[in-house]
Ligand binder design. Sequence first.
Ligand SMILES: Cc1cc2nc3c(=O)[nH]c(=O)nc-3n(C[C@H](O)[C@H](O)[C@H](O)COP(=O)(O)OP(=O)(O)OC[C@H]3O[C@@H](n4cnc5c(N)ncnc54)[C@H](O)[C@@H]3O)c2cc1C
Length: 240
Amino acid sequence: MGHGWEGAVLRLLRAKDFALTVTASERLTPDYVRLRVTGGGLLDASGTLPTTWVRLWFRRGGRPHQRAYTLVDPDPASGTFSLDFALHAGTAADWARAARPGDTIEATVHGAPLTPPQPEPAQLLLIGDTAALPALNSLLDAHPDTPATVWFETRGPGDADLPVRVRPGPHTLLRVPRERAGARLVEEVRATLPRYLGAPADAWAWIACDTSTTRALATHLRAALPAPRRQVRAQGYWRP
Ligand SMILES: Cc1cc2nc3c(=O)[nH]c(=O)nc-3n(C[C@H](O)[C@H](O)[C@H](O)COP(=O)(O)OP(=O)(O)OC[C@H]3O[C@@H](n4cnc5c(N)ncnc54)[C@H](O)[C@@H]3O)c2cc1C
């Protein structure tokens, strides 16, 4: 598939293209699907740092569209990984809903991976929704013994069954139903942060929700932590 002007710009930036092949599809919940894929060498280019994501290319209305998705359980030895899709109305979600073993999709690797927090934080503050679940889980896997508080925004009762990789002991999971376009999550974080925040100088915050919720939360966390440039990472994952 030609990738239009966006693809041309990415090529100039030395982005690399790969063909992924679906090998399995698993409905984790009615609104969430996991596709296992062979990566066609993608992992050699992307690496496997926590939160690593790729651009997938979809065709709609005769034009290419790129969407970002996060690597799940990448296995460099076999070159395979999974992609988790929160399902809603949308080009990427529709493709994932219908994808079957043997289907292919093009992917581009471009974008700096997350710089791991340095020094190792004493506490993680992780805030995300179902689109951010793969990235949240990759951070929990990478810091299994670091105390972490996770504010996880859910869309409905089905999301209760989604696998959030918290470990009893170091990790605390707070599920927050999505209400008023994310306003409830912002209120809950504001109200409960004082209870869960240890020493502000030793915490590291990661935020990924819809764009406006992410902005509001990032503003709050930047005011709460003394070195926000080092201590707060925030990225809007989708536009409401
Ligand atoms: C770095 C990065 C990594 C990401 N990783 C993942 C991932 O691993 N898994 C994942 O599911 N998503 C992930 N996302 C989010 C995903 O790229 C967006 O949700 C994307 O817009 C979905 O494309 P679409 O074609 O299905 O819907 P679009 O055509 O973009 O949107 C169609 C409609 O759906 C709404 N919509 C879009 N996304 C959502 C959502 N998540 N929840 C509810 N409504 C939505 C839009 O507001 C719009 O009304 C990531 C985003 C970024 C920036």
